[in-house]
Design a protein around this ligand. Structure first.
Ligand code: SF4
Length: 214
């Protein structure tokens, strides 16, 4: 789970554990994010798009960054890809309002290009704080950028999707980003299989929670 740039390394989990800044809620973190100017992405976007959803959810989805519609509305996953994401969640009988959704970078990269490593590093602190405050059990990296940001800078979504990875008490299950499904329909089937696994784990979480084991 390393970002590497020359000799510098940044570890998301170390960032989560070592952060000294005391923030008590996602709302407080959001206020800080909305003022952020840490990287040049902020100059090219309309607004910072912070994560949204149930702040007590055990299930978190992480995409790459806001697109044009998200940038305009200030909400993640509301464009075409977001609508497809909603359909997949509904088919898996997971309520969108019961989960938490965020992105690796909170500002839209120009022309929807992938965020650069430097930009991801700048924004990592926010994602680390979100994870720390939310403390989800299951984290689903959506697409290649999220896999690189959360799990492995050399990671490939085609190689890593559909497999559970346990790190530091979190259970990660990477799958394709819904935007990729709009370009490549043949990925819908594997994504559906991944969502069945996510759903099963999510149900299991609630069963164990009811038994007082979580
Ligand atoms: S992308 Fe992240 S680090 Fe860069 S300005 Fe936006 S909120 Fe700040």
């Amino acid at each position: 789970m390393l970002f590497q740039e020359g000799k510098k390394q940044l570890d998301l989990l170390t960032e989560i554990k070592s952060s000294k800044k005391k923030l008590n809620s996602l709302q407080e973190l959001k206020k800080v994010a909305l003022q952020c100017q840490r990287c040049s992405l902020r100059q090219g976007c309309t607004q910072v798009v912070f994560g949204t959803g149930n702040s007590n959810s055990p299930l978190m989805f992480v995409g790459e960054g806001p697109g044009a519609v998200e940038d305009k509305q200030g909400l993640p996953f509301v464009g075409k890809a977001g609508q497809l994401f909603n359909k997949i969640l509904a088919a898996a009988k997971i309520e969108r309002e019961d989960v938490y959704i965020s992105n690796v970078v909170k500002c839209r990269p120009p022309n929807n290009r992938n965020p650069k490593l430097k930009e991801m590093k700048s924004c990592l602190w926010f994602l680390a704080q979100e994870i720390k405050l939310l403390n989800p059990t299951i984290i689903v990296p959506l697409g290649s950028v999220a896999v690189k940001g959360l799990l492995d800078p050399e990671g490939k979504i085609t190689r890593m999707r559909g497999r559970w990875i346990e790190k530091a008490g979190y259970y990660f299950l990477p799958t394709f980003h819904p935007a990729a499904l709009l370009r490549n329909e043949s990925w819908k089937k594997p994504v559906w299989h991944d969502f069945l696994k996510i759903k099963k784990a999510y149900q299991r979480y609630w069963e164990l929670k009811e038994q007082g084991k979580f």
